[in-house]
Design a protein around this ligand. Structure first.
Ligand SMILES: CC(C)(COP(=O)(O)OP(=O)(O)OC[C@H]1O[C@@H](n2cnc3c(N)ncnc32)[C@H](O)[C@@H]1OP(=O)(O)O)[C@@H](O)C(=O)NCCC(=O)NCCS
Length: 306
């Protein structure tokens, strides 16, 4: 049977969620590690729902004899195209399905004359080789730190946390501007929707400074995504204040993942002081030109539009 690629429709929602769940958990458990998604496959409908809202029609699927065997989300932005969660069914690994999905998205970017960006595992060689073979090069290393938050909240908040406040719609232009300055990308449409919360999954906060923002941070709280990010900050202290405030406000009695830049020792020390443990390593990768990073970047897997 030959594999064909097509855009997903609303009718694919459950099957795409099952594919994300089975493929990701299948890969990790095959390595003797815990499944990433501890709950049922329906938890992963979150990805389809959030991405359909942000980028309608931008889920690409691979079908083989009526069965979905691959899926991938892409996010066209003014400065770049980014690639979201990529999955192939375990029984279809190694047949070139991911390479074809990736090539289709790279073609879309080439037509627009834009670089392609993504965050991929540094430990999963199938994934690393897929992207490296397609011309991607790492620009930054991130440690996935699992931070437990005590039921009573963090024992101590940095003094700057007192200046952190909830983001509102009128902060969006400053958030966009700060990310453009620090990471060189523009994704206004994401922040406009994330600040609204997308059904309470997301929360966003900002640290105002004398001239614009010192930083901003979004967090997602849902069974399939307990994460801090996306966020940007001018300094490590600003990043700590934002992380502390968001962790303390939203994740008491549970844990959340922070993708922390590996080249920021003060931030690493602070995360260790919170009893954070590294559980993975990820690479920010770009196919095409990328501006140097000029501050602290905290990416996430939802939305993977950085
Ligand atoms: C990563 C994943 C998407 C790859 O899917 P796939 O369809 O099996 O990949 P492909 O068959 O298209 O292979 C991709 C390329 O990587 C190459 N490759 C894989 N492992 C390699 C290795 N160790 N060294 C060199 N090249 C390697 C393959 O040869 C192929 O290149 P080619 O077609 O030019 O020969 C799949 O393993 C998966 O879904 N894993 C679980 C979820 C996941 O990790 N997703 C990625 C999130 S970052």
């Amino acid at each position: 049977m030959s594999v064909c690629l097509r855009a997903a429709t609303a009718a694919d929602r459950t099957a795409v969620a099952a594919l994300i769940h089975g493929s990701t958990n299948g890969w990790y458990t095959a390595q003797g590690r815990s499944p990433v998604f501890a709950g049922p496959p329906a938890d992963c409908e979150l990805f389809f729902d959030v991405y359909e809202r942000l980028d309608p029609g931008c889920c690409l699927v691979a079908e083989d004899g009526g069965e979905l065997v691959g899926s991938c989300f892409w996010h066209p932005r003014p400065t770049h195209v980014s690639l979201g969660i990529m999955n192939v069914a375990p029984e279809a690994f190694g047949r070139g399905i991911a390479r074809r999905l990736l090539a289709r998205i790279c073609d879309e970017a080439d037509r627009r004359g834009l670089p392609v960006r993504l965050v991929s595992s540094a430990q999963n060689l199938d994934s690393f080789s897929l992207y490296n073979g397609a011309g991607f090069a790492p620009i930054a290393v991130f440690q996935d730190v699992l931070v437990p938050v005590p039921e009573a909240g963090l024992p101590e908040l940095p003094p700057e946390s007192g200046r952190v406040r909830a983001a509102v719609a009128k902060d969006v232009p400053a958030m966009v501007e700060l990310e453009r300055e620090i990471l060189g990308i523009d994704r206004e449409q994401d922040f406009a929707q994330l600040v609204e919360g997308l059904g309470d999954v997301f929360s966003a906060s900002v640290l105002p400074g004398d001239a614009g923002l010192e930083g901003f941070l979004v967090s997602s709280r849902a069974p399939a995504s307990m994460m801090l990010g996306p966020g940007c900050a001018r300094t490590e202290r600003a990043a700590q204040a934002l992380l502390a405030t968001e962790l303390d406000a939203r994740f008491r009695g549970t844990s959340a993942i922070v993708l922390a830049p590996a080249d920021r020792p003060a931030l690493t020390a602070w995360l260790r002081a919170q009893r954070g443990r590294n559980v993975e390593l990820h690479l920010m990768q770009v196919r095409g030109p990328a501006a140097p990073i000029r501050g602290v970047v905290l990416p996430t897997f939802l939305p993977e539009s950085s």
